[in-house]
Write a protein of this length. Structure first.
Length: 547
């Protein structure tokens, strides 16, 4: 049965009609809205008072959560049940964040013991690299690391490193770079700036068969062989670490067993930076800070597990998205960090949300008859103000927004004049953050005036937003923030009755790309394709003249 037949869903549909023409300006005529519609947990403050809801709206959404079994779904996830139904396995990314000393048994196996064994191996590698004891093929100490990965093997580590490296770089940290694109452009730009004898590559791939990553690894090998003069097998032994669920494939490729880090099939790619995939984070920030990141995620896990629905940040965050997507017909979500260090957060969340919940079939094998995941996009807020905020304020589309900002910044700057100037800039950033959400909410009413502005200067307002604040951007607060979004995604998937942990939608494209690659390499088989694809390939092969 479709969730649209649920009593709570039907009640929300009726309630929508009473809310359709209610402006946020009207909702804010009553005092105490922030106290009613904000919550705190794990060092985060979630203000959702600028969402287009009343108390009764929230009560109805909580009824929907109960009727669709969200409480039971949370228990299934956190107890290690098989919530990834199409692949028949659990999703145990929360187990990666458990502190040492306990046990977490899943189907008779203590997965926590494996997790901490992997963390210990990571620490050994990190210490060897940071102490200068890891030597290349010609005996020189490794000083640069390039992470080769794509999707979850790239987006998470990249986002975390760039978010935290300004204040949390480890002593003796190595430089860490990232290459993900299949076209080779990142390596083409990066390799000429590095010394091959001092460069180590992390080959990160859950399947150890992703064509994007293997293509970059082949290019890395070609460069190392030319620059070092060593044979391929020696290069692989000294200049590569492998991170995968497939030890046999890593060994077959030539990575030494003691240079391999393992994780498990129950770690989804987009949830994997908490595992050994996070090695670049540990190399750059140190294992202590990596463990602090895990601790921040675990703090949100504990809150998710224990807080009642009406005070549960991930549940409330998820329900607000359900209200916007399914009842207010807002199909776009902009993530707007007011902190330049979080520039890669929107890209990371795109995969987390759209790969998880961009689904159109239910767990029962039926086609959904309601909207699921909105389109997620975003940019650093101050930059976005000079790019797309025009559309947010005066365009024809409704867009929900997440504003994200630290309260304090630049405490670590030694120079007092520079620190004070930078702190002033941060206050300006916060002022813009709060002002933009206010204008999106109130429109013209943000400034009281007796004059009616011309049409081209009118602001309609009534664009819903949430604001997430935290004291400072630290490993703990970043870990809690990411875990908040992870659990929000799962809550929404539970309500929509979809599998948030598979990603079959990306598989067919990979298969067809491999077929097209074979045709481009051999020049044979294009005649079996559709008219457009055949002619595009023939153009590339020079059979139809110049493009």
């Amino acid at each position: 049965m479709s969730i649209r037949q649920n009593k709570a869903w039907k009640a929300l549909e009726s309630h929508r009609e009473t809310m359709r023409d209610v402006h946020l300006t009207t909702l804010f005529e009553q005092d105490g809205r922030f106290d009613a519609f904000s919550r705190q947990a794990a060092g985060l403050t979630l203000d959702f008072s600028k969402q287009r809801i009343r108390r009764e709206t929230l009560d109805m959404l909580l009824d929907l959560a109960r009727e669709t079994g969200v409480e039971e779904a949370v228990e299934r996830l956190l107890s290690g049940r098989r919530v990834n139904l199409t692949e028949d396995r659990p999703a145990l990314h929360t187990a990666l964040r458990l502190p040492q000393g306990g046990e977490f048994h899943v189907e008779g196996e203590d997965v926590q013991a494996d997790v901490h064994e992997s963390l210990d191996r990571m620490q050994q590698m990190v210490e060897k690299l940071q102490s200068g004891q890891w030597r290349g093929a010609n005996g020189r100490a490794i000083k640069q690391v390039i992470n080769l990965g794509v999707g979850g093997s790239d987006l998470g580590p990249l986002m975390v490193v760039k978010a935290l490296e300004d204040a949390f770089v480890a002593p003796n940290a190595l430089e860490v770079h990232f290459a993900s694109t299949i076209d080779g452009s990142q390596l083409a730009e990066l390799l000429p700036t590095l010394e091959a004898d001092e460069t180590l590559f992390i080959y990160s791939s859950k399947s150890f068969g992703t064509i994007d990553t293997s293509a970059n690894a082949d290019t890395a090998l070609a460069w190392l062989a030319e620059q070092t003069g060593s044979d391929i097998e020696r290069i692989k032994r000294h200049h590569f670490i492998g991170v995968s669920t497939k030890p046999e494939k890593m060994t077959e490729w030539g990575i030494a067993p003691d240079h391999q880090l393992l994780f498990w099939d129950w770690v989804g790619g987009r949830y994997s930076f908490w595992s050994a995939i996070g090695l670049p984070i540990a190399i750059r920030l140190g294992m202590d800070n990596f463990r602090r990141l895990l601790a921040g995620g675990h703090a949100m896990d504990e809150h998710f597990a224990s807080a009642p629905l009406e005070d549960n940040l991930p549940v409330l965050f998820g329900l607000l998205g359900i209200w916007n997507t399914n009842f207010l017909d807002i199909q776009s979500l902009a993530v707007l960090p007011y902190d330049g260090r979080l520039k890669h957060l929107p890209g990371y969340l795109q995969q987390l949300e759209m790969e998880s919940n961009g689904k159109s079939s239910t767990n029962d094998g039926e086609k959904v008859d309601y909207n699921t995941c909105p389109i997620l996009w975003g940019e650093i807020g101050p930059n976005g103000q000079h790019a797309f905020y025009q559309l947010l304020h005066q365009g024809t589309r409704s867009v929900a927004c997440d504003f994200i900002a630290p309260i304090k910044r630049y405490d670590h700057i030694d120079s007092a004049p520079v620190r004070e100037s930078l702190e002033r800039q941060h206050r300006l950033s916060l002022a813009n953050c709060f002002a933009q959400s206010r204008v999106l909410m109130l429109g013209d009413d943000a400034i009281k005036s007796n004059e009616t502005p011309p049409a081209h200067k009118r602001y309609a307002g009534n664009q819903p937003s949430s604001t997430i604040l935290f004291e400072t951007l630290s490993p703990e607060s970043l870990g809690a923030l990411i875990a908040l979004y992870e659990h929000k995604v799962y809550v929404q998937g539970a309500i929509w009755n979809i599998d948030s942990f598979d990603q079959w939608g990306v598989e067919l494209g990979k298969k067809i790309a491999n077929e097209a690659a074979d045709i481009l390499e051999t020049g044979q088989g294009a005649d079996q394709l559709d008219d457009s694809s055949r002619h595009l390939i023939e153009t590339v092969l020079g059979k139809r003249g110049n493009a």
